[in-house]
Design a protein around this ligand. Sequence first.
Ligand code: PLP
Length: 400
Amino acid sequence: MPNDTQTNLRPATLLVHGGTQRTQFGETAEALFLTSGFIYDSAEQAEDTFTGAVSHYQYSRFGNPTVAMLEQRLALLEGAEACRATATGMAAVHAAMLSHLKTGDRVVASRALFGSCYWIVATLLPRYGIATEFVDGGDLAQWAQAMATPTTMVLLESPSNPMLDLVDIRAVCDLAHQAGALVVVDNVFATPLQQKPFELGADIVVYSCTKHIDGQGRVLGGAVLGRKAWVEEVLQPFIRNTGPSISPFNAWLLLKGLETLALRVDASTRSAGQVADFLADRPEIAQVRYPGRADHPQHDLAQRQMTGGSTLVAFELAGGKHAAFAMMNALKLIAISNNLGDSKSLVTHPATTTHMRVGAEERARLGITDGVIRLSVGLEDPADLIDDLAQALGNLPQRS
Ligand SMILES: *Cc1c(COP(=O)(O)O)cnc(C)c1O
């Protein structure tokens, strides 16, 4: 199916058909081009390929047909002009930022970022003479104040990891554009289905495909989406020459993951809502954070800019770290892992794992107390998940 006929298709259809390019053999499934290089019919064709006179694959660091199918499918799904896939989500964030920034530039970011994104902004960029400033993502006055100074790039994540705090993407994009900045949205927690950052004004969207897009805990991958001119002129030379390219094998698995993305995200979101409601009624739980619940502090914003409540739930045990560890250790079905977006439900204790390195002071600002657990809801029957959570809560030792 030619790609220019696909732009009117609905997401569930794009997830199955978007970007598919069949070979002359007419295979049903997407072909896996597990090849590092490509051959030319003649020395002249090789020359013409390198000058750009003809279009021909050269080397899988620059481009590969299986990877191109993934990029095209993601671009169609997101409504983006162009996409480049990368080896990991962090390679995507790094490439999106470092391809664009130079010494003397300025970056503003929301404080509530995935740990490695935080490190890039707080530690890596300043090494290259790039000024960086963090704001509380939910506070528009802080964004406005930060944008009073000319800014090159803005990085935000919404909902954030692990507390599921939201940023008003449209309002921040308006402020950022007045300050001259491009806005990069890390859209992992919302998935391409539950939030459309480009429609809210974003310039660049990044994904860790490791999460819901694979969705089965198998491979790492990432993607950067944006305008064609920016992707081809700014991002592509950086990727081509620095090499964060994704393996065609992993790209192929991600293509197959995308086919079931809507089914999986819908099922996990439904279950997450049920689990959040169950947890909110339990006396051992001090607080539940779920964008789909009316008691989320930014529920109105969630309803404005998201079409689903997310597959993740954060909750805080009244008994602190002791209770959180006891609960996690008592779970029989739900496993302890720092990953998320898997078909298997997973719990994480952010304060001692994913967010250990951000430090106690920063954790306190983000509300990541020692009692907080992040739950990534998978594809199990929600009644079994609730049974498991109930038995783990039922066996919590009394605090001495
Ligand atoms: C996992 C994750 C990343 C990093 O992705 P990797 O594939 O692990 O490199 C970045 N941002 C968010 C929000 C994530 O959840």
